[in-house]
Ligand binder design. Structure first.
Ligand code: RIB
Length: 305
């Protein structure tokens, strides 16, 4: 039986423009291309976990619009269980994304239907959570829902992962005890700790602070520098595979989904981090959120370092 991963989070339609550079305030730029692409941090992580070997259920909300149908269909096409994806009377979540010629992006999200994922909806689908090996949450749905889901995951004895993205402030103090793996990137680690995180050394300081706050283990993703793993025993740096980046959108989501799928299947933490990093590296060589996420055979075919 494949391991079961449950993702509780957002589904967004990404409206993606490629442009020579990111616009400044008040400026109009001529873009190269435009595309609508299925995304949302929750849905991206669900797709990553499914393509990378897990049996996945998604818990989330879409709007009663055409995007809502497309977002659900994109998950169904990956054999993701969508019994807990509810359709609500609202617009689906959207993300306005600009990707520049250096493959940097800027994103504005509008939550729409994602805001309807309340603690009561989580309770309604408790059987889905009960069947999980690993539960993953992010921060594109209401805070009250994330806190509730983390607590329920802990009470059920599941492995609980929080990808605190996007983050603009510290997490509620009572969340930490319910998190087995906290996986921020550098800017999220800065927002959570108030520290400047821009190097391996500063990531170690931030990770220590997050462990002291109560997180079980911390993995700070560092883009092209790889990632830093921290637990009560010490730190371990995992260098990233070198690739030519085209679009970094959903690289973090691919890492989280891949890490969760590998961990749920019984791989060690070190193996799961290495696996997630190869998957994330492959994703940045392709454009878009869900279309960029590799399959298990893509990762297995990636040359070993
Ligand atoms: O992490 C990438 C995702 O962030 C995009 O797919 C977009 O929807 C935003 O949520």
């Amino acid at each position: 039986m494949p391991a079961k991963v449950v993702v509780i989070g957002s589904l967004n339609m990404d409206l993606v423009t490629r442009a020579p550079r990111l616009p400044r305030g008040g400026e109009t730029l001529i873009g190269h291309t435009f595309a609508t692409v299925s995304g949302g941090k929750g849905a991206n992580q669900a797709v990553a976990a499914a393509r990378l070997g897990a049996q996945v259920s998604m818990v989330g909300c879409v709007g009663s619009d055409a995007y809502g149908h497309e977002l659900r269909d994109a998950l169904l096409a990956e054999q993701i269980d969508c019994q807990a994806v509810s359709t609500v009377e609202d617009s689906s979540g959207v993300a306005l994304i600009v990707v520049d010629d250096q493959s940097q992006n800027a994103i504005v999200i509008v939550a729409g239907a994602n805001g309807a994922l309340t603690p009561a909806v989580i309770d309604q689908f408790d059987a889905v959570l009960q069947a999980a090996d690993v539960i993953i949450c992010q921060l594109e749905v209401p805070d009250a829902t994330v806190g509730h889901a983390l607590k329920r995951g802990r009470a059920l004895g599941k492995t609980v992962i929080l990808n605190p993205a996007p983050a603009s402030r510290p997490l509620p103090a009572d969340w930490y005890a319910n998190i087995d793996y906290l996986i921020p990137n550098e800017s999220e680690a800065s927002a959570l700790t108030g520290l400047s995180v821009d190097s391996l050394a500063s990531a170690e300081v931030a990770a220590s602070q997050l462990l002291t706050a109560g997180a079980g283990k911390v993995i700070i993703t560092l883009g092209a520098q790889g990632s830093l793993f921290a637990d009560g025993q010490g730190f371990q740096h995992f260098p990233a595979p070198k690739v030519q980046a085209v679009d970094t959108t959903a690289a973090g989501d691919t890492f989280v989904g891949g890490f969760a799928a590998a961990l749920a299947s019984g791989r060690s933490e070190a193996e799961a981090i290495g696996f997630g990093q190869v998957a994330a590296a492959l994703s940045v060589t392709r454009a878009g959120a869900q279309p960029s996420i590799p399959t298990l055979s893509d990762v297995q075919a990636f040359p070993a370092p």
